[in-house]
Ligand binder design. Sequence first.
Ligand code: ATP
Ligand code: LTN
Length: 328
Amino acid sequence: MTRVLTGLQPSGLLHIGNYFGAVEPMVRLQGESEMFMFIPDYHAITVPQKPAELRRNILFATAVYLAAGIDPKKTVLFQQSAVSQHTELGWILNCIAKMGELGRMTQFKDKSTGKGENVSVGLFDYPVLMAADILLYDTQAVPVGADQKQHVELARDLAIRFNKTFGDTFVVPEPLIRKEGARLMGLDSTEKKMSKSAASPKNYISLMDDAAAVEKKIKAAVTDSGTEVKAGPNRPALTNLLTIFSLVSGKTVAELEKNHEGKEYGAFKTDLAEAVNAWSAPLQMKIRELLADEAALVAVLKAGAEKARVVAEKKMQAVRTKIGVALT
Ligand code: ATP
Ligand code: LTN
C-alpha cells in the first residue's frame, strides 16, 4: 500500500483551492493507501499568531477534514506539535540543508519580499520542517497544490543527501499533483493563484462564505474578452471559472461549455454561484456540527497523535543511531 501524507496550515480560512488541491485528494485516496494527515501548527507560527486564534484554527481545520470525509479509522489525523519527533528531525535536517537551496524557495521569496530583514528565521526554515514531516513517515506520495511542488522536491533532495551520507534511512517522496485544479487562480486576477493571504477577499472563495458572498465574488470575477463560455490557453479567466464549476459539480468542462452555449457571462456566473453554494452548504453544516463538540475533536487528534508517535519514534531511533548520537 502506498503511504500518503499531507498537511494544510491552520490559518482559519480555507479556500476552495486548498480544498481541491489537498483535502479532496486525501479523501479519495482513503481506503486504497496508508494515510497520514496532520495540522502543521508549528508551520503556522512562522508568522505571528494570536494564541487563542491559533487554538480555534486548529479545531476548525480538524472539523473541515472530518466534514470532508476524512475518517480517523482510515487516516491517522493529528496535530504536528503533539508529535515532537517532527521538530527533532527538523533540527537534524537543518544541519544538512544549505542556505542556498532554502534561499531559492519561491514561497519564501514571495512571503519575505519587501520585509527586509524583518522576517522570522522560521519562515526561511519552513521547508526543512516540512521535509521532516514527510520523511518521518516513509511517505511515498504527498498530495499538494502545484505551489508546494518545490518544497516536496527539497524533501526529496534532503532524503537522498541523508541516505548517501549515513546509509539508507528515508523513503524518497513524490509530490502528487492533480491534473485539473492544482492551481486555481484568484477570481480577481488571472496572474495570481487563489491565496488566503491575498490582499482582497474577492480573490478567493472561502469554504465558509455564505451564498450571498459567493454570488457577489463570482459576479465580480474577472472574465476574458469576448462573450463565449469557453476554456482555452488564451482564456485564463474562463478556464479558471469552468475548472471551479467542474470541481464542485462533478461535470466535465466540455459538458459545462455545451450547457452554456449561447449564454452570456452573467447567466454563466449565476449558475456557477449556485453550483458552488449547492456544494458548500452541506459541508458547512457538517463543519458547524463538528465544531459544536470541541471535546470530540480534541479526542480525535489525541488518538491520532498516539498512533503517529509510534511510527515517528521508530524512524527517529534509526536516525539517532545513524548519525551517532544513540549511545546504546
Ligand atoms: P497562502 O497564500 O497564505 O500561502 P495558501 O492559500 O497558498 O496560503 P497553503 O496553506 O499554503 O494555502 O496551502 C494548503 C494546500 O493548498 C497546499 O497543498 C497548497 O498547495 C494548496 N493550495 C494553495 N493554494 C492553492 C490553489 N490556488 N489551487 C490549488 N491548491 C492550492
Ligand atoms: N507547506 C504546506 C503545509 C505543510 C505540508 C507538510 C504539506 C507542512 N508540512 C508536509 C505536505 C506535507 C502548505 O500547505 N503551505
